[in-house]
Design a protein around this ligand. Structure first.
Ligand code: NAP
Ligand code: F7E
Length: 332
């Protein structure tokens, strides 16, 4: 039985990772931050997580990435063997509205955690959720662990800093610090302002007569989308590898936003062309044209491969939205 600490446990990946470790018999602790509402949808709606909280196998601790003393205090209390660092402001477009907060939570937050761990739990393993955004408009395709970093937004710049810190601490202090260079991964637990969840939700609501239109910024950008459950499996493999290193986790099969729309509306028997409206509100100052990851290193060294294909992912997401609407309705 291992003792696991997750920053960002209330997020998409954190909730799946907690479920996965609990299913393996581990004890899970998670950082949560103060907010005016106590409801944490992703934790409160998953039966296995609700049960684990009631039996004490899953514990939540108040801390914030901007408050080093809170990180030190949780590390002292929990004494984790592995820390998964998933927390931070991770919306690309919003990082232009909140550049300093993004740098502080995503960039400096990683520094605070690494320093705190070095002093309090020097033998613990740290996993960082890095991102394909570090490659920006990449010079080569597909992108692998050696592709040069070329960030084009404040979020990506903060993640470059965080990934460089992981590499520096690994080399300078010999700590077990590793990273996943994660390409886009989605699920019914994805935040509602990311494009796949927005499309799945829009298609379901239009199909049920709740709305008529779906407003998007662009249809042409292509992303290498995987299912978050598959990526979380890869994250666990990276964190439990014999040696600390960085690995790309990706499907290697990019699809456009328009293709996602077409597939999602097809699930509900509709033509997306009749409902999707291009809206300047969602257009980015700069955007990556296409991402495409090469996960052969993770496949060869960790035995990892994604199991869920693009069309299956779209169906999982749209079906979840339909089931939710049918079960609970929606006052809006
Ligand atoms: P997410 O759903 O947006 O979750 C982000 C988590 O970070 C939430 O638990 C959030 O807490 C927490 N958080 C934000 N700021 C914080 C702060 N100042 N102090 C403490 N906690 C804070 O993200 P995700 O999709 O699960 O992604 C997990 C990680 O992987 C992120 O680091 C992201 O950048 C990275 N990543 C994700 C993808 C992807 O496609 N999903 C791809 C590449 C990399 P609240 O619930 O309180 O807001
Ligand atoms: O956008 C386009 C948008 O916000 C995908 C984060 O997890 O993955 C994610 O970042 C694409 C972009 O994800 C809308 O311009 C069009 O080209 O779902 P997204 P992202 O920006 O790729 C990376 C790997 C991360 O690390 C990030 O943390 O879709 N797009 N119209 C739109 N995007 C949004 N959100 N909303 C639209 O209306």
């Amino acid at each position: 039985m291992a003792r696991i600490l997750i920053t960002g446990i209330t997020g998409q990946d954190g909730s799946y990772l907690a479920e996965s470790h609990l299913a393996s018999g581990d004890e899970v602790d998670g950082l949560v931050r103060q907010s005016s509402l106590l409801q944490r949808t992703r934790l409160d709606s998953v039966p296995a997580l609700v049960k684990a909280r009631s039996t004490g196998r899953l514990k939540l601790h108040y801390a914030d990435l901007s408050d080093t003393s809170s990180l030190v205090s949780v590390l002292r209390n929990v004494k984790p063997e592995t820390v998964y660092h998933l927390a931070g402001q991770s919306h690309v477009k919003i990082s232009f509205d909140l550049p300093e907060y993004t740098a502080d939570s995503t960039g400096l937050g990683t520094l605070r955690l690494l320093e705190s761990m070095r002093h309090v739990v020097p033998d613990a393993r740290l996993f960082l959720a890095a991102t394909s955004e570090i490659f920006g408009e990449a010079k080569e395709s597909p992108q692998n662990e050696k592709t040069p970093m070329n960030p084009i937004n404040p979020y990506a710049a903060a993640k470059v800093y965080a990934l460089n810190l992981v590499r520096i601490y690994r080399k300078a202090y010999g700590v077990f610090a590793c990273a996943g260079i994660l390409f886009n991964h989605e699920s019914p637990r994805r935040g509602e302002n990311y494009v796949t969840r927005k499309i799945a939700r829009g298609a379901a609501r239009i199909a049920r007569g709740r709305e008529k239109e779906l407003h998007l910024g662009a249809l042409t950008p292509k992303r290498d989308w995987s299912y978050a459950v598959d990526i979380v499996d890869g994250i666990r493999r990276i964190a439990s590898a014999p040696k600390p290193d960085d690995f790309v986790l990706a499907s290697g099969l990019p699809h456009s936003v328009g293709e996602f729309c077409e597939a999602a509306f097809r699930v509900v028997g509709l033509d997306y062309g009749k409902h999707v409206v291009l809206d300047p509100e969602y257009v980015r100052l700069v955007d990556i044209t296409e991402t495409c990851g090469d996960a052969s290193r993770a496949r060869n060294e960790l035995g990892w491969a994604p199991k869920t294909g693009f069309l299956e992912l779209v169906r999982i997401m749209v079906d979840a939205e339909l089931a939710d609407l049918d079960a609970h309705g929606d006052p809006a």
